[in-house]
Design a protein around this ligand. Structure first.
Ligand code: FAD
Length: 469
């Protein structure tokens, strides 16, 4: 701890903005899952971009490491400081104002600390939609979503966070403000530098403001849960549904029967969707701006064809909003059910979509040679080629199993992902969890370029040490 630095920090930002009491700092030092724990001399909660700049300038001067923190829902330990007691955790939670919503340009500009769910509701109130949507949206912040290039359930139609960003305001480690908060749809003036902040996981600077694209409100939604006997059937179903519904296809989510069993066992009030159990389930959502009856008819028609052609075994179409929400809960509660079950080894991977079924088969074979009785929970954003390939302890094994096996299991899964030309991180990022694997699997020339970019933005390496690079 550097008292001179702390005194200056408090003097510059004010007592209300800087937390230094160890007992008050403590709650900011762990991640959402409780897997990581770090140290820090202070937590700073700036209320403006100017205060972020003042904080970073001082940290840079004193070479104090800074860990940007959004909603702390990241699953890779990115917002958790390392063990050093010198860290400063910089939380954006007080920067939570919406700066503007424009329903002609279809844009929303907000502080980085705004909770994603609040932005989605504000857009909805203005008759527009912010399509970025994930199970953690009522805790995660838009700055964190941008810093991790979040995905979520609507990527199949609207793309990842990156595709929704028009502009970014950020503070560089030396306190300079990157004024890129524009809402232009077109700007071909050289390198698009804002892209560097997207997915940078707090290693290049602190995102303080974001300009996002809005879309017409998808007033009308229809959901079906289709039972399939295998991932191969799910793939054929995707081909049929996309061909028939095109841009109306808003989500195509897959989960195995093991995931359903876990949700039914761990989450209160959940109901079996079908009389019989099946190999897997696909949750399909169609959305449109108008004509509910036509959308429902389209969904029923396409599912009818799928049943006829043997591309699914059974189907439950939502007939009301309550049923739609109940079907979605079966998918959305999987993460909570895993948390209740105990530590799960999470692998957020992406693959060429057409090879997912083959991957699921060969990865399991390979994994069983390492740990014959481990339990697999496979689910995810199938329509984007993104699987959450999660592994847990064998029945009867104690909860320490995950710690003991995580390295071997991850090496095995990632080796298989590499064989298929996939990615070891689809949407959760690298953080501290995947740093080793990232350096092992990422092309060395690309890592070299990233290090050079890091050096330009952050020559004193104060931003989020021990994460990503
Ligand atoms: C139940 C559950 C479901 C989830 N589902 C999904 C999903 O479907 N898709 C998906 O992509 N993710 C998902 N996640 C992961 C997580 O919600 C996302 O990664 C989210 O984008 C993180 O946002 P956050 O505000 O919580 O960031 P944090 O966890 O606080 O931080 C994440 C990283 O971003 C950096 N950071 C945060 N704010 C800033 C900022 N303003 N400037 C610079 N760097 C910053 C941090 O240093 C850290 O490296 C899920 C998480 C949970 C718990």
């Amino acid at each position: 701890m550097n008292q001179e630095f702390l005194d200056k920090l408090v003097q510059t930002l004010g007592k209300d903005t800087v937390i230094v009491e160890p007992a008050e700092v403590e709650p900011w030092l762990t991640d959402w899952r409780g897997v990581y724990k770090g140290g820090a001399q202070a937590v700073v909660r700036p209320a403006s971009t100017r205060q972020v700049a003042d904080c970073l300038r001082l940290c840079n001067e004193y070479r104090v490491p800074v860990v940007p923190r959004g909603g702390n829902t990241g699953l890779c330990g990115g917002a958790t400081p390392d063990a050093s007691p010198a860290n400063v955790v910089l939380s954006l939670d007080r920067m939570n104002s919406i700066r503007s919503i424009d329903t002609i340009a279809n844009t929303l500009v907000a502080d980085a600390g705004c909770i994603l769910g609040n932005l989605r509701r504000a857009a909805q109130d203005a008759g527009r939609m912010l399509p970025l949507s994930l199970a953690a949206e009522d805790s995660s912040q838009i700055g964190g979503n941008i810093a991790t290039n979040a995905g979520g359930v609507n990527v199949v139609r609207y793309g990842m966070a990156r595709e929704l960003v028009l502009g970014i305001e950020a503070v560089l480690p030396n306190g300079d403000i990157f004024n890129g908060l524009q809402t232009l749809r077109k700007d071909n003036t050289g390198y698009d530098l804002k892209q560097l902040f997207i997915g940078s996981e707090g290693t290049l600077g602190v995102v303080t403001g974001v300009a996002l694209k809005l879309y017409p409100s998808a007033q009308v939604r229809s959901v079906v849960l289709a039972a399939v006997n295998s991932p191969r059937q799910a793939l054929e179903l995707l081909r049929l549904v996309y061909g028939a519904c095109g841009a109306r296809l808003q989500a195509f989510e897959f989960f195995t029967d093991e995931c359903l069993s876990l949700v039914l066992a761990q989450v209160e009030g959940m109901q079996q969707p079908f009389d019989e159990r099946h190999g897997g389930y696909v949750l399909i959502e169609l959305a449109d701006t108008a004509d509910e009856a036509a959308l429902q008819a389209l969904l029923e028609d396409v599912i009818g064809r799928a049943l006829e052609q043997g591309l699914c075994q059974d189907a439950a179409v939502s007939a009301s909003l309550a049923q739609l929400q109940a079907l979605w809960r079966l998918r959305e509660e999987i993460s909570e059910a895993q948390r209740a079950d105990g530590p799960h080894l999470k692998h957020d991977i992406s693959l060429p979509i057409e090879r997912i079924p083959e991957f699921i088969e060969t990865a399991e074979r390979r994994l069983r040679t390492v740990s014959p009785d481990c339990r697999l929970f496979i689910f995810g954003h199938f329509g984007d080629g993104n699987l959450h390939y999660n592994v847990s302890r064998p029945e009867g094994a104690d909860k320490g199993w995950a710690k003991e096996w995580e390295g071997r299991i991850a090496d095995t899964v990632f080796a298989e992902v590499a064989e298929y030309g996939g990615s070891i991180s689809a949407e959760h990022g690298i953080g501290q969890l995947k740093r080793h694997a990232f350096h092992h699997h990422k092309d060395s020339m690309q890592i070299r370029l990233m290090l050079q970019i890091k050096q330009i933005f952050d020559p004193n390496s104060i931003m989020n040490p021990g994460k990503l690079l």
